[in-house]
Design a protein around this ligand. Structure first.
Ligand code: UD1
Length: 419
């Protein structure tokens, strides 16, 4: 594949930034918001709480939470998007009460929210679970600062607590905090709203609570996972793809692995070019919190190893059960052996096309990439997973010469890719 792709705004940054509008009665203007199912779900959730939403002709989203009349995130929205838990911190901090449905089953593991709850309890919230809902109240009326040490690095947990602490009484310290760029982006947005936050991007964040926050204008950072996915697309198809409007510093771990695989990567200020003249070499992958190798890129690299020269292990440390794509890749002729959280992948000369099923967001991206290199037609079912996180993926791949089509009239939404 050859061509140019513009990278959109980050899904995982846009969601918490939009949720942070709940902390103020003033306007929050958010630019570079991607067109994705999870963003629509977030806006629907905010709308149900009473937040006013407008989108202008430049796709800037104006959110205003002056008239919030509900405090409840219902099951039908939470079950489709776990990030709905991000309303818990802001609602509790501003209104002293919140109800969020428990997310229920999730394809990539149990994904609990116990650390969010424990930390909010440490700040004075009283939390119970009733009829499948987390019900939280702040008996004193205002959350109080606390020193919180997260047992595990949690991205949305860090974000929820950063938002809650912005309106709490006193100075909160978050230790073992997530260092992801999306956490830094949220801290930047909150700071523009008047919050007093230092240390975002390190594992210790300090937040001095304010009595109120104001409005702000914020531009969401580029999506490093969308960028990484297109980098792998360029490498596996032995092509050359230039990506525009991205932050190359957020992609260090991915860039290093692709170079190990044999790709040539030229970095500019906000663009990069991946070119690959040879078959990729298999590279070992081990997922870890940022700045380690992202779990959201594991499926795409697993696919690359499937068609690479040699064999390598892929170890998943963040989510149990995030290997649902393995069964589907087997059906295309991949040679993968699973041992607990480690997969041994032996490269094969060629994958064959097949009808496969998307099981979660990033697994679906791996399957689409598999379709690009398979010898004949691949059909990916259940691409609503893909639409949660990739804006016009098939149009962007088409621009680079892929033979791919959204099959609208099928019983299930499908993408078809032919080599
Ligand atoms: C976020 C991202 C997701 C990414 C993940 C890891 C968003 C909207 N989603 O998910 O795309 O794959 O980070 O980079 O930003 N855990 C607990 N208890 C908790 C919270 C988490 O045990 O209360 C565990 C999880 O089961 C998991 C690990 O901590 O094993 C990390 O999860 P976490 O960082 O919270 O993932 P999310 O924030 O849900």
């Amino acid at each position: 594949m050859r061509g140019h792709v513009r990278i959109g705004g980050s899904k995982n940054a846009a969601l918490p930034v939009l949720m942070s509008s709940l902390l103020t009665e003033k306007d929050l203007l958010v630019a570079n918001v991607p067109h994705l199912r999870d963003v629509t779900t977030t806006l629907e959730l905010l709308g149900r709480l009473g937040v006013q939403i407008e989108v202008d002709e430049k796709s800037v989203v104006r959110v205003n939470a002056a008239q919030v009349h509900a405090r409840r995130a219902p099951y039908e929205l939470v079950k489709t998007m776990r990030a709905s838990i991000l309303v818990l911190g802001p609602l509790l901090a501003r209104f002293g009460e919140a109800e969020v449905s428990l997310p229920g089953g999730c394809a990539i593991g149990s994904r609990p929210v116990d650390l969010h709850v424990k930390a909010l309890e440490a700040m004075g919230a009283r939390v119970s679970v009733e009829s499948g809902y987390i019900k939280a109240v702040v008996p004193s009326g205002r959350l109080r600062a606390a020193r919180i040490v997260f047992d595990t690095v949690t991205v949305t947990g860090t974000e929820n607590l950063m938002m809650a602490a912005s309106l709490a009484d006193g100075t909160t310290i978050l230790e073992n905090a997530a260092r992801e760029p999306e956490v830094v982006d949220l801290a930047d947005c909150l700071s523009s709203m008047g919050a007093d936050i230092s240390g975002a991007g390190t594992d210790m964040i300090e937040i001095r609570g304010r009595t109120s926050l104001g409005g702000a204008h914020h531009r969401v950072i580029p999506d490093r996972i969308e960028a990484g996915t297109f980098m792998v697309a360029g490498a596996v198809t032995k092509g050359e793809i230039t990506l525009h409007d991205l932050n190359v510093r957020h992609l260090d771990a991915v860039t290093a692995k692709l170079r190990d695989a044999g790709a040539e990567i030229t970095l500019g200020d906000d663009q990069l070019t991946v070119s690959m003249g040879v078959r990729p070499k298999a590279v070992p992958i081990s997922t870890a919190p940022y700045p380690g190798f992202p779990t959201d890129m594991q499926a795409q690299f697993m696919l690359m190893n499937c068609v690479a020269e040699g064999s390598a292990t892929v170890t998943e440390h963040i989510f149990e059960n995030r290997f649902m794509h393995v069964q589907e890749l087997h059906r295309m002729g991949a040679d993968i052996e699973l041992h607990g959280n480690t997969a041994i992948v032996r490269g094969v000369d060629r994958l064959g096309g097949a009808q496969v099923m998307a099981t979660d967001l990033r697994a679906s991206a791996g399957l689409v990439l598999a379709g690009l290199v398979a010898s004949d037609l691949t059909t990916v079912d259940r691409i609503y997973h893909l639409d949660r996180g990739y804006d016009c993926i098939e149009e962007k791949l088409l621009q680079c010469g892929a033979d791919i089509k959204r099959v609208a009239d099928a019983a299930l939404p499908q993408l078809r890719a032919v080599q």
